[in-house]
Design a protein around this ligand. Structure first.
Ligand SMILES: *[C@@H]1O[C@H](CO)[C@@H](O)[C@H](O)[C@H]1NC(C)=O
Ligand SMILES: *[C@@H]1O[C@H](CO)[C@@H](O)[C@H](O)[C@H]1NC(C)=O
Ligand SMILES: *[C@@H]1O[C@H](CO)[C@@H](O)[C@H](O)[C@H]1NC(C)=O
Ligand SMILES: *[C@@H]1O[C@H](CO)[C@@H](O)[C@H](O)[C@H]1NC(C)=O
Ligand SMILES: *[C@@H]1O[C@H](CO)[C@@H](O)[C@H](O)[C@H]1NC(C)=O
Ligand SMILES: *[C@@H]1O[C@H](CO)[C@@H](O)[C@H](O)[C@H]1NC(C)=O
Ligand SMILES: *[C@@H]1O[C@H](CO)[C@@H](O)[C@H](O)[C@H]1NC(C)=O
Ligand SMILES: *[C@@H]1O[C@H](CO)[C@@H](O)[C@H](O)[C@H]1NC(C)=O
Length: 617
């Protein structure tokens, strides 16, 4: 149900005998906003508890919709009309925003319906069959997404759709396409779910029409289009709550459904199809999730390296710890070396000044040993943060840590362990080898780039053969507070993209100083970057210094993902390596233990882990 927050009020005047197409017009904002219109006729296609949809005479101009939502919660009004009735009515044209977020668009609707006359009954309206009658464009969302990174360009929030109010280009841009069908009845043939349902039971799909970026599971991955501009997957749509009060089934990535017919409506930041009734599941993907094929060997230079954002791991979340441990033991095969993020302190979310996480990490490494039937639990290291200064769940003091097989690698000895505010620097030690001033340590922790965010955890390591390598474990500032991809602000607001860019710069500065001392240094940077590689501006500081593992290992671009959010399958977690490692040959796999889970509640973390096979000497 729409929550009424406000509508744009203009001076009222009276317009007689208008068509729905006159109300919708070819642009974003109705030409008749604020005006009272009389003798609007249309056939009722759907009824909800807050109004009904009518459809009038179509236009030859595909930019112009002939569907319209009529808002009313009056049982008298709703009782006057039935689906199939051809009616005539009076009302006021308004642009309605269903949320309080100014970065969302408005939907055109008719309010204060009156003088409802039922002209005839039992009429049928043929839905537009998507994929047959009309198909959505597959790359760009809006003409206003200017910049080299398309919808991911920085700076963003440079213009607003309703202010520019251009005429629609439905053949070119996804938002224009869906807007040109606003209020109309459409059918999605052979829909495929591309995410789990959200907390309202709504879920994203694509139908039987051309799509790009489709991965092996059925989701649509953020990739680059043929023109080199990021592809925003505009050929997707979210299925809302059914208008007849039935409940949507639970979904997961790759589930398929019988054809869905419903009305197109913009609400809560996205173009929806509100189905006439609950969709019916046709097939569910194979629940078997393959484990990694990359396994540890006895070669001292070759390491299996895991990376996993374990999502707010507390010391006492017994099930969560056991589930994550099961993933690491049974799906990642206990890599020699693990980068982990989101380890909470020993008191979890209790905000009591405790910052150590040694209990959390001990419990995790014991649980992994138990799941792996191993008598030698992982060793671990961390640098404890300053209380409540690194963001994340309040009181949890999330931080990155390393888990490592001490029979395979050990910390380079000599330098002291850094404290939360010590900036570690690469230096040449008395033995002539590059080491760190603090080991482990943090990169430039008082730099403003790290404000309210996790500082990178750096360490220098030695293999059993005495070779050295360096690691940087990152968890960059999150995208919280960003606008929806189908919002009013263009390009969409990506918060705080400037801070994330500064964070990558700080890491790049550190890595450069290390490479200046030893151009052949073996360096691994891994973790949760909270950003896609397609946001090229953020990763630009890494250019020429380190390479992203999916790219150099030849992973198919559609299979490069560790996360699914709204309509996109995407990669937030990355592993970068220095040239010395890249040149020795690399392998990487993303293990979809969470994004391929059979249900939202069966996920253990919001991120998928990854495993790499790297030669550090
Ligand atoms: C939006 O564009 C339409 C069609 O060009 C025009 O009729 C209408 O007045 C515009 N509205 C605003 C608020 O700019
Ligand atoms: C317009 O509507 C009014 C009242 O709703 C009705 O009296 C009138 O006949 C209608 N005019 C036409 C041309 O349909
Ligand atoms: C509409 O159809 C229903 C059921 O098919 C029938 O009972 C009703 O009489 C019809 N109404 C009109 C106005 O034709
Ligand atoms: C986007 O820009 C508008 C001004 O055009 C501003 O009001 C709004 O707060 C901005 N949104 C964000 C999240 O910065
Ligand atoms: C690795 O070494 C262990 C102990 O030396 C041995 O049992 C095992 O077979 C070796 N594995 C491989 C793959 O060579
Ligand atoms: C974690 O460790 C603490 C202290 O050793 C223990 O009391 C607790 O039961 C452990 N929790 C889990 C989930 O292993
Ligand atoms: C955690 O660290 C504290 C302080 O160093 C120590 O007393 C405690 O035994 C450690 N707990 C575990 C489980 O390692
Ligand atoms: C651990 O042992 C159990 C019981 O013997 C077995 O089912 C399981 O597969 C083993 N796990 C691993 C990772 O070897």
């Amino acid at each position: 149900m729409l929550v009424r927050v406000g509508s744009i009020a203009l001076l009222a005047s009276l317009v007689l005998g208008v068509e729905i197409t006159d109300i919708q017009g070819p642009a974003w904002v109705s030409p008749l906003t604020g005006q009272t219109v009389q003798n609007v006729t249309g056939i009722v296609t759907a009824k909800t508890s807050s109004g009904f949809y009518i459809q009038g005479t179509p236009s030859d101009d595909i930019r112009i919709s002939h569907g319209l939502f009529v808002f009313s919660t009056s049982t008298t009004v709703l009782g006057r009309v039935a689906v199939g009735d051809e009616i005539s009515l009076t009302g006021r044209v308004s642009e309605f925003r269903s949320s309080t977020r100014p970065d969302d668009l408005t939907a055109t609707e008719l309010t204060s319906p009156a003088s409802i006359v039922v002209i005839s009954s039992n009429n049928t309206v043929a839905p537009i069959v998507l994929g047959a009658d009309r198909s959505p464009p597959t790359q760009q969302l809006s003409a206003l997404d200017v910049g080299t990174d398309g919808f991911l360009s920085a700076p963003n929030n440079q213009s607003r759709i309703d202010t520019v109010n251009a005429t629609l280009q439905p053949d070119q841009f996804g938002m224009d396409f869906w807007s040109s069908l606003e209020g109309q009845l459409v059918t999605v043939r052979n829909p495929v779910a591309i995410n789990f349902e959200n907390s309202f039971g709504e879920f994203w799909v694509h139908g039987d029409w051309p799509v790009t970026g489709k991965n092996g599971r059925g989701g649509l991955t953020i990739t680059f289009g043929p023109d080199g501009v990021p592809d925003s997957n505009p050929e997707t749509v979210i299925i809302g709550v059914p208008v007849d009060g039935t409940k949507n089934p639970k979904t997961s990535v790759g589930k398929t459904f019988q054809d869905i017919t419903g009305v197109v409506q913009y609400q809560f930041g996205f173009y929806y199809i509100l189905p006439l009734t609950a969709p019916i599941v046709v097939s569910t993907p194979d629940p078997t999730i393959p484990a990694t094929t990359l396994v540890s060997s006895n070669d001292s230079c070759t390491l299996t390296v895991g990376d996993y954002n374990v999502e707010n791991m507390t010391p006492t979340g017994a099930t969560h710890i056991a589930d994550v441990a099961g993933h690491i033991a049974n799906f990642l095969f206990s890599p020699d070396f693990m980068f982990v993020q989101e380890i909470q302190d020993n008191s979890g979310v209790t905000d009591d000044g405790v910052v150590d996480a040694n209990v959390t990490l001990t419990n995790l490494s014991n649980a992994i040993a138990k799941a792996a039937n191993s008598s030698t639990p992982y060793s671990f290291i961390e640098v404890v943060p300053v209380n409540d200064q690194d963001g994340g769940q309040p009181g949890g003091n999330i931080r990155q840590a390393y888990l490592f097989n001490s029979e395979k690698v050990k910390l380079v000895s000599g330098p002291p362990a850094g404290g939360s505010l010590d900036a570690t620097e690469p230096i040449v030690g008395s033995d002539g080898k590059v080491t760190l001033t603090f080991n482990p340590g943090r990169i430039d922790p008082t730099n403003a780039a790290w404000q309210s965010s996790r500082k990178p955890l750096v360490a220098a390591w030695e293999t059993t053969s005495g070779a050295r390598f360096f690691t940087v474990n990152v968890h960059l500032v999150s995208k919280g507070g960003s606008s929806s991809t189908q919002g009013n602000s263009r390009p969409p607001v990506n918060l705080p993209v400037d801070q994330r860019t500064s964070q990558v710069e700080a890491v790049a500065t550190f890595v450069k100083s290390l490479l200046e001392l030893d151009p052949q240094a073996s360096i691994i940077i891994a973790g949760d970057f909270n950003e896609y590689l397609q946001t090229r501006s953020v990763f630009a500081p890494f250019g020429g210094i380190v390479s992203e593992l999916d790219e150099i290992s030849g992973i198919d671009p559609v299979e490069r993902y560790t996360y699914v959010f709204d309509q996109n399958t995407e990669q937030l977690d990355h592993i970068f390596v220095s040239n010395a490692i890249a040149e020795r040959g690399t392998k990487v796999e993303h293990v979809h233990v969470n994004n391929w889970a059979p249900s939202f509640s069966a996920r253990v973390s919001d991120h998928d882990p990854s495993v790499a096979l790297l030669k550090v000497c």
